[in-house]
Design a binder for this molecule. Structure first.
Ligand SMILES: NC(=O)c1ccc[n+]([C@@H]2O[C@H](COP(=O)([O-])OP(=O)(O)OC[C@H]3O[C@@H](n4cnc5c(N)ncnc54)[C@H](O)[C@@H]3O)[C@@H](O)[C@H]2O)c1
Length: 253
C-alpha cells in the first residue's frame, strides 16, 4: 500500500543534482546583494559577485569577486565564464544590481533614462541570457530583484519604477521560456535599510505592519530559499518582502 511517505519519496528521489556549482550574484559588493552572497556562503554554496564597484569591506573568504558592468555584453560574457571556470558550472544567478535616479521627468535626460533601464532591466536579461546554457545543465534557478515600486511610486521615479515593473514581467516571461530546466522568480523588496547604523522614526516603523523597516537579511533568506531545490515547484512568481507596507491603508487624521 502506498503511504504518504513513499509518495513523497518518489519525488525526493528524482534526480536532483547536488548544488555544488556556483551562484553568480550581481551588485553583491554591498547592500542587499552582499547579504545574499553571505547567506549563500553560510549555506555552503559557492558564490561569485559581479559588481561595477569594489566592495567597501572585504567579501567573505570564498567569494570570487569579478569587476564588471551588468549592462555590458562583454563584461557579462567574461563574468559568466570566470564563474564557470572557477566552479565548474553555475546553478544559480541573482540579478540584484540596480540604480535609481530621482528627477522630475521633464528634466530627466534620455541618457539617464537609458542608464537606469540598461542596468536594472537589460542587465537582468543579459545576465540570464548568458548564464542560461549553464543553468540548464545544472537545472538551476534565477532570482531577480525588483521592488515594490513596480506597484506603487513616489514622484520623479519614472525610470526606476518602469525598470522594476519590467523585471516583474521579465520574470514570468523567462520562467515560461527557460522552464522546465530553469526556475525564474522575483523578489520585490520594500524599504530595506542597508546602512547598519541608521535610525528610523516611530512613524516610519509604524507604517510597516511588521513594526520595523527591513534589513538585507530579510531579502537574503528568501533568495536562498528560491535558489534551493526546496523551491522546486515555484517559478514565475514575484514575492513582496516589505513588512506588509503595501498592504496597509494610510489615512490622514
Ligand atoms: N534598499 C532598498 O530599500 C531596496 C528596495 C527595493 C529594491 N531594491 C533593489 O535591490 C537591489 C540592491 O539594492 P541596494 O539597496 O542593496 O543597493 P546598493 O546601491 O547598496 O547596491 C547595489 C549594488 O549594485 C552595484 N551596481 C550598480 N550598477 C551596476 C552595474 N551596472 N553593474 C554591476 N553592478 C552594479 C553597485 O556598485 C552596488 O554594489 C537593487 O536592484 C535595488 O533596486 C532595494
Amino acid at each position: 500500500m502506498k503511504t504518504p511517505f513513499s509518495f513523497l519519496a518518489r519525488f525526493t528521489q528524482r534526480k536532483t543534482p547536488g548544488r555544488d556549482h556556483g551562484v553568480l550574484v550581481t551588485g553583491g559588493a554591498g547592500g542587499i546583494g552582499r547579504a545574499i552572497a553571505e547567506t549563500l556562503v553560510a549555506e555552503g554554496r559557492k558564490v561569485a559577485v559581479l559588481d561595477i564597484g569594489e566592495p567597501v569591506d572585504p567579501l567573505p573568504g570564498p567569494v570570487l569577486f569579478i569587476r564588471g558592468d551588468v549592462s555590458s555584453e562583454a563584461d557579462v560574457d567574461d563574468a559568466v565564464q570566470a564563474a564557470v571556470d572557477a566552479f565548474g558550472g553555475l546553478d544559480g544567478l541573482v540579478n540584484n544590481a540596480g540604480i535609481g535616479i530621482t528627477k522630475p521627468m521633464e528634466q530627466l535626460a534620455l541618457s539617464e533614462w537609458n542608464r537606469v533601464l540598461a542596468t536594472n532591466l537589460t542587465g537582468s536579461f543579459l545576465c540570464t541570457q548568458k548564464a542560461a546554457k549553464h543553468l540548464r545543465t545544472s537545472r538551476g534557478a534565477v532570482v531577480n530583484i525588483a521592488s515594490t515600486r513596480a506597484r506603487q511610486s513616489e514622484k520623479d521615479t519614472e525610470a526606476y519604477s518602469a525598470s522594476k515593473g519590467g523585471i516583474v514581467a521579465l520574470t514570468h516571461a523567462m520562467a515560461a521560456s527557460l522552464g522546465p530546466e530553469i526556475r525564474v522568480n522575483c523578489i520585490s523588496p520594500g524599504w530595506i535599510e542597508t546602512r547598519p547604523d541608521a535610525a528610523h522614526s516611530a512613524a516610519d516603523e509604524a507604517q510597516h505592519p511588521c513594526g520595523r523597516v527591513g534589513i538585507p537579511a530579510d531579502v537574503a533568506g528568501l533568495a536562498a530559499y528560491l535558489l534551493s531545490d526546496r523551491a522546486g515547484f515555484v517559478t514565475g512568481q514575484d514575492f513582496v518582502v516589505d513588512g506588509g507596507m503595501t498592504k496597509k491603508m494610510i489615512y490622514e487624521k
